[in-house]
Write a protein that binds this ligand. Structure first.
Ligand SMILES: [Zn+2]
Length: 99
């Protein structure tokens, strides 16, 4: 059902490396920590199309080839193509919130 997105954006020079397929957020919304979505949805600096996150795409990326694991969670607007990044910078550190 879901088409595989193998297109590469042409204009980005420092291009993160996508890990796994892009998914539509509404398909997997129960698997996404709500804070990732609310950070985009509630950002008044973003266009309304970008804040409409449920139709946007989401995928993990490595910010560079040296990263062994994905360190970015990317939300890409399905209408204008702008990307919002969340980092996993605190993953595995003492400052990570406990579930
Ligand atoms: Zn947008």
């Amino acid at each position: 059902m879901a088409p595989e997105n193998t297109e590469r954006p042409a204009r980005v020079t420092h291009k993160p490396i996508a890990v796994g397929p892009a998914r539509t957020i509404s398909e997997i919304i129960s698997e996404i920590p709500p804070k990732y979505l609310s950070g985009v949805r509630d950002n008044p600096g973003l266009a309304s199309c970008c804040r409409d996150v449920e139709s946007s795409f989401i995928f993990s990326e490595r910010s560079n080839a040296d990263m062994a694991v994905p360190d970015l969670l990317t939300i890409e607007c399905d209408k204008c193509g702008k990307k919002q990044y969340r980092t996993f910078a605190n993953r595995g550190t003492v400052t990570s919130p406990q579930p």
